[in-house]
Design a protein around this ligand. Structure first.
Ligand SMILES: *[C@@H]1O[C@H](CO)[C@@H](O)[C@H](O)[C@H]1NC(C)=O
Ligand SMILES: *[C@@H]1O[C@H](CO)[C@@H](O)[C@H](O)[C@H]1NC(C)=O
Length: 269
């Protein structure tokens, strides 16, 4: 009898530990949303760069170490459009930022990674901020165009019963990215599907629009860093385009019913 209750006690302890770890390892969706809201509202004044949550954050611009207090993140920008992904498993976010301000237009992709919260109720602190910053002269850059097309797309929250798993979303992105170096890869093309590359758009917003309209070949897309949001069927990937020393690049994908629906790219020339 005593033995059985000891075993039960041990089992309970294991369950409690696993449960606690689960809570510790994940960030809540709402706390991540709070963080991206603070990033966007802070970018309007530059205040996010000096906020408490970013005190110990490492910061890069176009994959190079930069000073968070003097970098673009510290400069006030008039943000016209923003949309974010929230990855509760990796405690990470991705935000697409469009600034059409004629003084200096930008299209920025920012991945943020957060410290594991010890108390689920406390605000998140940022571990790492990486921004891909595109402006005049970058691949197909046209912030007005990016704004025009991005703001017309519908990245609605996928109903729970038709959500794809992280694995399916990531595999769809990887298939597309692998195609640049292997023509035999099977990509789950959706119809319709649209690619927004810089400020250029494939397709005309028709139900027959296809994303299978060609990609370069013999180009390795490496050092992939993912932020995955199942509620939006989406993943953003930071990568080097053209091998280990290739240009800084962001490829973001929206997957619906296992198939590619939207692709957004930013490439720093
Ligand atoms: C960011 O996007 C959200 C959702 O579309 C919007 O409500 C908010 O006003 C935007 N913030 C800025 C500063 O543009
Ligand atoms: C940028 O995009 C806008 C909106 O699509 C378009 O009217 C304009 O001609 C484009 N500019 C260039 C230089 O391509």
């Amino acid at each position: 009898m005593l033995r059985i209750s000891n075993i039960l006690l041990a089992c309970t302890a294991v369950t409690v530990t696993l449960f606690t770890r689960g809570v510790l390892a994940d960030c809540s969706y709402t706390s991540l949303q709070q963080a991206t809201r603070e990033y966007i509202s802070g970018q309007a004044t530059g205040a996010f760069a000096t906020s408490v949550s970013t005190t110990n954050a490492a910061y890069t611009e176009n994959f190079r170490t930069a000073n968070i207090r003097t970098g673009l993140i510290s400069k006030p920008l008039k943000v016209d459009y923003n949309r974010s992904l929230h990855d509760t498993l990796e405690c990470a976010t991705y935000t697409e930022v469009i600034v059409t301000d004629r003084a200096h237009p930008y299209v920025i992709g920012t991945q943020m990674r957060f410290n594991t919260p010890t108390d689920p109720a406390s605000p998140l602190t940022v571990k790492q901020i990486d921004s891909v910053i595109t402006d005049q002269g970058d691949w197909l850059f046209n912030a007005t165009g990016t704004f025009y097309y991005a703001s017309r797309e519908n990245w609605f929250v996928i109903p729970p019963e038709s959500r794809n798993t992280r694995a399916v979303i990531k595999a769809a992105a990887d298939a597309y990215l692998d195609l640049f170096n292997n023509k035999n890869v099977v990509v789950p093309w959706g119809t319709p599907c649209n690619r927004l590359e810089g400020g250029s758009y494939t397709g005309q917003g028709r139900p027959t629009d296809s994303c299978n309209v060609g990609v370069p070949s013999g180009v390795a897309l490496v050092n992939r860093r993912y932020v995955i949001d199942e509620t939006l069927g989406s993943v953003d990937v930071f990568l080097n385009f053209g091998g280990a020393s290739g240009i800084p690049d962001s490829h973001e994908f929206r997957v619906e019913n296992g198939k590619l629906r939207f692709v957004h790219t930013m490439s720093v020339m």
